[in-house]
Design a protein around this ligand. Structure first.
Ligand code: NDP
Ligand code: 7N6
Length: 301
């Protein structure tokens, strides 16, 4: 089994780090040309991947990969769901704490060397506030347990209405407007699919409280961005933390950069200095399983 680490991973981590990790796990791994490899670890699709028996995405989301064409070409395709609960959970807890404790505004003022309190009615605690987490898989559960630990009342939305740790009530997608109505924070942790494209539209934003914050760590296309800008402009919601945008990078002229109550981050909620190890552990497991004729974990097709 020879695994090739594709150059497309470079924006996330140095490909050599994953080669080194896989080698330490006893997996033959290299960078370079795609010839003669049994598997490729990639961040982006490339047409040459149709000629490789197995493709592993270093991401949980695979909306950018031509999954049906892999199936037709007989390519096994696996993803990296399961590794982002702690990183994204902590990022979202940070977003909520930032808005409640007003840290973004103090950091803004620090750059101007201004020592000044926020208006008295602005600061609050997360304790007893409600969060609605839309999508209760790895990300959603990672978010839910952390917000629950901060004393929040956490409800969630998923297709199968089973409870998960930290969540007091689960709604199905048809009841999204009802689920978000009482929440101070609405956190998006769903995959981008046909059903979730534009899921948060003007009607859902309208159903949210005027003092509510939207946190999007899913994909930009899950939110109708023009409707979000309108809701922020009109004060229909209080603000937003946006790690996933449409398009990425967010264009310089986007009005989203300019709102005081919007945090824009460059799709980094999951990034940690050991990301290559988390991906590498999945790749090593699958390299062994495929070699032994077992089904790989995280198989998409
Ligand atoms: P999972 O597959 O573990 O979880 C997905 C969850 O979404 C499941 O609970 C699923 O429901 C639910 N879901 C699916 N469709 C719908 C729908 N139409 N309405 C409501 N809920 C729905 O995925 P992950 O948690 O690993 O990742 C989720 C997404 O987050 C990724 O696809 C990716 O786009 C994004 N992501 C972003 C990161 C970042 O850096 N910002 C990092 C990692 C992922 P059910 O439980 O019923 O099946
Ligand atoms: C950069 C983020 C995912 O889907 O969007 C994330 O896993 C990846 C590593």
């Amino acid at each position: 089994m020879h695994v090739l680490v594709h150059e497309s991973v470079a924006p996330v981590f140095d490909p050599a780090l994953l080669v080194e990790f896989l080698t330490s796990e006893g997996v033959t791994a290299t960078t370079g040309a795609l010839d003669d490899c049994d598997g490729v670890v990639a961040f982006d699709h490339d047409e040459a991947l149709f000629d490789v028996p197995w493709v592993h995405a270093i991401t949980a989301g695979y909306d950018d990969y031509p999954v049906e064409r892999y199936r037709e070409a007989g390519v096994t395709f696996t993803n990296s769901t399961g590794i982002h609960g702690a990183s994204v959970g902590e990022s979202v807890a940070g977003h909520c704490l930032t808005f409640a404790r007003r840290l973004h505004r103090y950091r803004d003022r620090q750059h101007d060397r201004v020592w000044e309190h926020e208006p008295y009615d602005r600061a609050f605690t997360l304790r007893d506030e409600r969060a609605c987490v839309v999508g209760l898989g790895t990300l959603g559960q990672g978010v839910a347990v952390r917000l629950d630990a901060l004393g929040m009342d956490v409800v969630g939305v998923r297709r199968t209405p089973a409870l998960v740790p930290g969540v007091s009530e689960v709604f199905t997608p048809d009841a999204l407007a009802e689920a978000v109505a009482d929440a101070r924070f609405v956190v998006l942790t769903v995959p981008l699919t046909e059903a979730t494209t534009g899921l948060v539209d003007a009607a859902v934003l309208d159903a949210m409280r005027e003092d509510a914050y939207l946190v999007n760590v899913a994909r930009g296309e899950v939110v109708e961005q023009d409707a979000l800008v309108a809701a922020l402009d009109e004060g229909a919601i209080a603000g937003a933390a946006l790690d996933a945008l449409d398009p990425e990078p967010l264009p310089e002229e986007s009005p989203l950069w300019g709102f005081e109550e919007v945090l824009v981050t460059p799709h980094c909620a999951a990034l940690t200095n050991d990301y290559h190890e988390a991906v590498g552990a999945l790749v090593a497991t699958n390299a062994r399983r495929i070699e032994q004729g077992d089904a790989p974990v995280n198989r998409v097709v």
